[in-house]
Ligand binder design. Structure first.
Ligand code: SAH
Ligand code: SF4
Length: 354
């Protein structure tokens, strides 16, 4: 298959998009308002083809189609969980598969998106990690998950997407060239407030520093999972490259940059990282950078026989953290029946293949 060299409009930031379209229409002797028309079709109309842009002359739609791409991945499957969680499996133009998940709660509709096909980090508790890395997603492929999910949600009475989390497949801060523009596009183009967008990282320190420097108040979630370096190293290979003290320093700077709340994600695995003695050091780390702690029951994966910590143990952690002045919550597992829960994405497909 010959590769498509037309620039992908969905990968451009709003400024780049306007510039590109103005140049295109200028060269064709078209009026300036054509640019505004197309920009509106993309950001407000969520148009997925130039053919939809019915207020443009047919020859201009054809010319756009020859010059640019505006394609979205097709939904290979859509699965709906008993609890309302919806998982889309997207087939990208080269056949790669990535997933996004819509999670409705009483007051919110959260969209969980993927930033890479696979992941190179190899965390031992994560199905994506076991599957290995395939390739980076483009900014357009990240944004397209939002556009297509938003359209699906509107058509299926799920309402408006209120929050976006980069917690699907992949490590977003290992794909900074695409993730940074995607943040700009979602925020400035599609008008999703920065405080409603969370980037989740396993601890890629240079990426955290870069995010801290951005003027917008995107939220940061850090997958901590262990409050000491030795234990963390057993779960997260990246700990060897960016050990906890270095990570904490970067987080202290992120915190000092102001306004952006840090969340610690702590996946609780029975007999692995749920010893009560870990509460004290965990509380100390959380207090140091004013982090909110999310306790997540481990979702069993096909690659090893770990189990989630019992609910009483998770509750004991939450309680003891609160006692030490740390705000903590237990995150309920959603979409388990369709493998939509954290760390399970893509697991099924890989197991079937293997
Ligand atoms: N790579 C990023 C974002 C994707 S993973 C990161 O690691 O933060 C999203 C979240 O799911 C992370 O907090 C990750 O630690 C968690 N997770 C992965 N596997 C899990 C599992 N089996 N059970 C519970 N949480 C898991
Ligand atoms: Fe990658 Fe995050 Fe899974 Fe680790 S937990 S392997 S960083 S997706």
């Amino acid at each position: 298959m010959a590769s498509d060299t037309r620039p992908d409009l969905l990968s451009l930031t709003p400024d780049e998009l306007r510039e590109t379209l103005a140049r295109h229409f200028g060269a064709r002797g078209q009026p300036g308002y054509r640019t505004d028309q197309v920009v509106r079709w993309i950001y407000e109309g969520l148009a997925a083809s130039f053919a939809e842009m019915t207020n443009l002359p047919a020859e201009e739609r054809d010319a756009l189609d020859q010059a640019f791409r505006l394609d979205e991945p097709e939904a290979a499957t859509v699965q709906k969980s008993a609890d309302g969680t919806v998982k889309h499996l997207w087939k990208l133009s080269d056949g790669e598969l990535v997933e996004s998940v819509l999670i409705p709660t009483q007051r919110r509709l959260t969209l969980c998106i993927s930033s890479q096909a696979g992941c190179a980090m190899g965390c031992t508790f994560c199905a994506t990690g076991w599957g290995g890395f395939d390739r980076q997603l483009t900014a357009g492929e990240i944004v397209a998950q939002y556009r297509a999910s938003r359209r699906w949600a509107e058509e299926n009475d799920y309402g408006a997407i209120s929050n976006i989390v980069y917690m699907g497949m992949g490590e977003p801060l290992s794909n900074r060239n695409a993730v940074h523009p995607s943040l700009t596009i979602l925020n400035q183009g599609y008008d999703v407030g920065a405080r409603r967008i969370t980037v989740s990282t396993v601890g890629v320190v240079p990426g955290i520093q870069e995010l801290a420097q951005r003027p917008e108040q995107f939220k940061l979630a850090v997958s901590l999972h262990a409050p000491d370096s030795g234990l963390r190293r057993e779960l997260i290979p990246l700990e060897k490259r960016h050990p906890l003290p270095e990570l904490m320093e970067a987080l202290a700077r992120f915190d000092a940059a102001g306004g952006k709340r840090i969340t610690f994600e702590y996946t609780m695995i029975d007999g692995v990282n749920d010893d009560l003695a870990l509460i004290e050091p965990l509380a100390e780390l959380a207090n140091r950078v004013d982090a909110f702690v999310n306790l997540i029951p481990f979702n069993p994966i096909p690659y090893q026989d770990w189990k989630p910590s019992p609910p009483q143990r998770i509750e004991a952690f939450r309680h003891a953290l609160e006692d030490r002045g740390v705000t903590a919550a237990v995150r309920e597992t959603r979409g388990r029946d369709i493998d939509a829960a954290c760390g399970q994405l893509r697991g099924h497909t890989l197991v079937q293949m293997g």
